[in-house]
Design a protein around this ligand. Sequence first.
Ligand SMILES: C[S@@+](CC[C@H](N)C(=O)[O-])C[C@H]1O[C@@H](n2cnc3c(N)ncnc32)[C@H](O)[C@@H]1O
Length: 243
Amino acid sequence: MPDSSLTPSGQTFEEVWTAADQIPGWMTKAQAEMLDEHARSLPDGSAVLEIGSHQGRSTVVLGRVMREKKGRVYAVDPFIDGKLFGGRKTRDAFEANIRNAGVEDTVELVCDYSTKIRKSWDKPFQMLYIDGKHDYWTYTDDLKWRVHLPPGAPVLVHDCFASFGVTLGTLAKVLPAKDLRYVRRAGSMALFRVEKPSRADRLRILRELPWFVRAQVIKGLLRLRLRGVARVVFGHDSPYDVY
Ligand SMILES: C[S@@+](CC[C@H](N)C(=O)[O-])C[C@H]1O[C@@H](n2cnc3c(N)ncnc32)[C@H](O)[C@@H]1O
């Protein structure tokens, strides 16, 4: 019986993770596994569109799986100089990381703002990963990329129920939506599908709100340099925010 955890050439998730984990970024191993699992579930020749690539930590996960499927990854990132994450240096690091992971033939960098190119985009893709700018306006615009997806397709969102803008956008635009169903999350990476949600699916979004509040309190404690309190009260043993 075929093992669905292996790509056609037998690449395991652990091998994919080893390549990705050398690259700085915020995605955890459990989140990489979620991306890997859903990319593997796509038919051969499919494409994934990623919004927000930074140095390529998540892009390499997607690229490694899609290369085996003779597919594509569109990596959308403007790499703007002077902005918090971007600039020429980040783009150079991204390109070097993509080359080192051997996925330069699979990953196509689209160096632009997701919000600027969305309306004129005309290439099909079968999975969407949103990890771009986390403010309400950009995120809710990024959700509109789902019109390109076939029914049932996965939409993964990083920093969901962790960042304020993404959580607010999820409550405003996903909770009432008739074509996005919340499935589950790994930390702050949420999985939705382009499907009609049930009442129970909508309720499960609301049930994530205590986790959002916890993430905000931990963030506040870390800003106040009260890491010990975050560890004792919430079991958060890390200098970083909740991802
Ligand atoms: C949190 S980082 C992405 C991290 C990446 N997915 C990883 O695994 O390391 C956010 C990225 O979104 C990019 N970004 C900001 N606004 C964007 C936009 N409108 N469209 C696409 N990317 C954007 C930033 O340049 C930055 O590289």
